[in-house]
Ligand binder design. Structure first.
Ligand SMILES: [Zn+2]
Ligand SMILES: [Zn+2]
Length: 339
C-alpha cells in the first residue's frame, strides 16, 4: 500500500498521526499534531525527513511535543520547513521558536514557513533562524479551493471545524493511478515498445492520433480504452477536537465519502454526550454514526480521554462497533489483547 499511517502516542496520553505517501519515486511524510512524547517511536532519521507538519489546533495536548520536533529540525536546510494550522498559527508558533536562547545563530541559516489556514485563504509568514525567528515576514495570502496542498501523487484538504475555537480536520487523498494492463497487452497480441509511453502522455484532443504498434496503426483512444486501468488511490482523514453537531455531520459525511481510513477522536463515551457538547468534542456514538454515513473503509479511534479506565475504553470501542463494525484502535496499542 502506498499510503501508510501510524498513530503516535499511547491510549489516554497525547496522540498524533504520521502519514507516509509513497509515490513510487519518493516518500512524502506528513505529521498531524505533535503532542507530548508522540515522537519517541519515530527514528531520528525519519523525523528529519518530515515534509509537512499540520496542526488541528494549538491546545497543549496537540503541540506540547513541538520542542522535540523543533530541536531535530530547527536548522534544516536541505528541504523546506512548512507548518500548517488554523488562524493564529504563526503567532503561536513564533512564541515556540522564540522560547529558546539564540546566539551564534547568525552563522546558521534555515527558513520556516507557517501557514494560517482559514476557509479558502492561506496566509504565509516566513521566519529565519539567522534572525532568531524575531521577524514574521508576511509572504501574503493566497486563495485555495478544496485542495490546500498538492503533493504530486496526493492532495491535502483542510476543513475548518468548531472547537469553541477554529480547528482543522485534514484529509489526504492519493490521486487515481493510471496503469497499463500488461496481461491485456499480451491477449491482444500487441508487442510492448516505446509506443506504450504515448498511452499515458499523449493528449487526445479533437483529433485522435494513430499510434504505430509494430506494423499496425491504431487510434490512441482505442488503445487507451483497451489497455489502461485506473486504480483509485487510498485516503486518510484526521479528525479531532470539535463539536460534531448536525451541520458538521452533514458537511463531513459529504467530504469524507468513501475515505479509506478515518482516524477520529474518541474523547467521550456515548452517555457523556452533554459533557462532549460542552467541551466541543465528540462521543463514540457520533463518531461511529459519521463513519457509517460517510461509508468509510475503516474507523480508527484515538485521543481517548484519560478520565476513563482501559476497561471503559474497550466498552467505548464496542459502542462504536455496534454502529460501525469496522472500528478499531491502533493495533500497536494492544488494548484488546491486554484485557
Ligand atoms: Zn482541544
Ligand atoms: Zn485534544
Amino acid at each position: 500500500m502506498s499510503l501508510q499511517y501510524e498513530i503516535l502516542g499511547r491510549p489516554g496520553d497525547d496522540n498524533a498521526l504520521l502519514v507516509r505517501v509513497d509515490s513510487g519515486q519518493g516518500v512524502c511524510r506528513l505529521l498531524f499534531d505533535c503532542g507530548e512524547g508522540c515522537l519517541h517511536t519515530i527514528p531520528f532519521g525519519e523525523l528529519q525527513q518530515l515534509d509537512h507538519i499540520c496542526f488541528s489546533h494549538f491546545h497543549m495536548d496537540h503541540v506540547a511535543g513541538f520542542d522535540s520536533l523543533f530541536r531535530a529540525l530547527f536548522n534544516r536546510q536541505d528541504q523546506p520547513n512548512h507548518l500548517w494550522g488554523p488562524a493564529g498559527a504563526a503567532e503561536i508558533l513564533q512564541h515556540r521558536f522564540r522560547g529558546f536562547l539564540w546566539n551564534l545563530h547568525e552563522t546558521m541559516s534555515a527558513t520556516w514557513r507557517v501557514h494560517d489556514i482559514t476557509p479558502g485563504r492561506n496566509s504565509t509568514s516566513r521566519f529565519e533562524l539567522q534572525e532568531a525567528f524575531a521577524i514574521a515576514h508576511d509572504e501574503g495570502t493566497t486563495a485555495w479551493d478544496t485542495v490546500l496542498l498538492d503533493l504530486g501523487s496526493a492532495t491535502v484538504e483542510a476543513l475548518q471545524m468548531n472547537h469553541g475555537t477554529p480547528t482543522l480536520a485534514w484529509i489526504v487523498r492519493e490521486k487515481t493511478k493510471t496503469n497499463i494492463d500488461i496481461t491485456r497487452l499480451a491477449s491482444l497480441g500487441l508487442r510492448p515498445g516505446p509506443w506504450l509511453k504515448q498511452l499515458t502522455t499523449a493528449a487526445v484532443g479533437q483529433e485522435d492520433p494513430l499510434i504505430e504498434v509494430g506494423s499496425l496503426s491504431v487510434p490512441l483512444s482505442q488503445l487507451r480504452r483497451q489497455l489502461l486501468v485506473e486504480t483509485p488511490g487510498a485516503s486518510i482523514a484526521y479528525l479531532t477536537d470539535f463539536l460534531l453537531d448536525s451541520a458538521a455531520q452533514q458537511q463531513l459525511a459529504t467530504a469524507l465519502r468513501g475515505v479509506t481510513t478515518l482516524v477520529c477522536e474518541a474523547q467521550y463515551r456515548a452517555s457523556d454526550l452533554e459533557l462532549a457538547r460542552r467541551n466541543y468534542h465528540m462521543t463514540t456514538q457520533l463518531t461511529a454514526e459519521l463513519a457509517r454515513e460517510a461509508d468509510v473503509g475503516q474507523l480508527v479511534l484515538f485521543h481517548l480521554s484519560s478520565r476513563y479506565t482501559p476497561g471503559v475504553w474497550l466498552e467505548m470501542l464496542e459502542e462504536a462497533r455496534a454502529i460501525f463494525p469496522r472500528t478499531t484502535f491502533s493495533s500497536g496499542w494492544n488494548l484488546e489483547t491486554a484485557s
